[in-house]
Structure formats: C-alpha cells, structure tokens
Design a binder for this molecule. Structure first.
Ligand code: HEC
Length: 146
C-alpha cells in the first residue's frame, strides 16, 4: 500500500510537470513568461520572509517594484484571447474582462505599496499577505487549478 501511494505521488508530480510544459502560441508564451517573472519576484520576497535568504531592503524593494511593473503589463498581455494546450487561463477572463483587469490593478497597488513599506524583516509579512491575497483573488477565478 505504502509503495502504491508513493508511486501515485510520483505520477502526480510528473503530470504536474507535464502540464507546466512550454506553450507554443507566442501570445500565450508571453503571458506565461510574465507570470513566471511575477512568480520569481514573489519567491525573492518569500525566501527573505522565511529567512532562507538574508533580509536586504534594497533587493526586496526592487523585487516589489519589478512586480508592480509586471502587474501593469497583465492587461496588455492577456487581452488577446489566445489559447494553447498548456495554458491554464480560463475563458471567463474575457467574459469578465473589467473584473480581471481590476485584479491586475489590485496586485499592482499591493506591489507598489510593498516597494515603500518593506523596510525591515518584520514588514515583509504584512506586505506578502497583501501580495499573496492579490495573486489568489485572481487565480481562484481565472486560472485552472487542476
Ligand atoms: C489578474 C489576474 C492574475 C493575478 C493578479 C496573478 N495571476 Fe498568476 N496567472 C493568472 C492566469 C490567468 C494564469 C494562467 C496563464 C496561462 O496559463 O495562460 C496565471 C499563471 C501563473 C503562473 C504559471 C505560469 C506558467 O508558466 O504556467 C504563475 C507561477 C503565477 N501565475 C504566479 C502568480 C503570482 C505569484 C501572483 C501574485 C504575485 C500572480 N500570479 C498574480 C492570472 C493572475
């Protein structure tokens, strides 16, 4: 039983890997690359928040600034209703376009605010909660979570 469970787990991990493969549609590729960029800024802040990397106010503020700029690009890069088998974007994005873009603005606002409020280790937590809330608010409606 334990062996079966372990194997099933591996298959699940492998299939997630497959689902995250390269898109071939250029517009889908561009918006996924934008999300990856947002994801890597989040990781910079998250690693500092967890203490995996040393706190560095300048680096943290830069990550937040880069994230805010990337969030500002979400509407332009998602506007074409491009599709790709690797895409996790739900069609409802284009049915509720103004709500979707509002959620991009919410992330931009949270990241812009973080770029000035992150001054020490203790300020990372509240900033990350705001940013994380903005990611989840959009993903829960507009991204497939298979
Ligand atoms: C306005 C909506 C919105 C916001 C805000 C948002 N995302 Fe996304 N994100 C999406 C959508 C839609 C997709 C799926 C895109 C696709 O596969 O075509 C996605 C995909 C991703 C992916 C997968 C990219 C890939 O290559 O498959 C990552 C990582 C990601 N988002 C991280 C984040 C993080 C971290 C935040 C917050 C800091 C965030 N996102 C905020 C809408 C959003």
């Amino acid at each position: 039983m334990a062996l079966t469970a372990a194997f099933t787990g591996l298959v699940a991990i492998a299939s997630v890997g497959h689902a995250q493969g390269e898109a071939s549609d250029p517009e889908v590729k561009a918006r996924m690359a934008l999300m990856k960029k947002i994801g890597s800024q989040t990781k910079i802040l998250g690693d500092m928040a967890k203490g995996d990397t040393a706190f560095d106010a300048t680096a943290a503020q830069e990550a937040a600034t880069t994230m805010a700029a990337a969030a500002g690009e979400i509407p332009a890069l998602f506007e074409p209703q491009a599709t790709d088998p690797e895409s996790e974007a739900k069609p409802i994005i284009w049915e509720q376009w103004s709500d979707f873009t509002q959620k991009a603005i919410d992330l931009e606002t949270a990241a812009t605010s973080a770029s000035t409020t992150i001054t020490d280790q203790a300020s990372l937590g509240p900033a990350m909660r705001e940013i994380g809330g903005a990611c989840r608010a959009c993903h829960e409606t507009y991204r497939e979570s298979d």
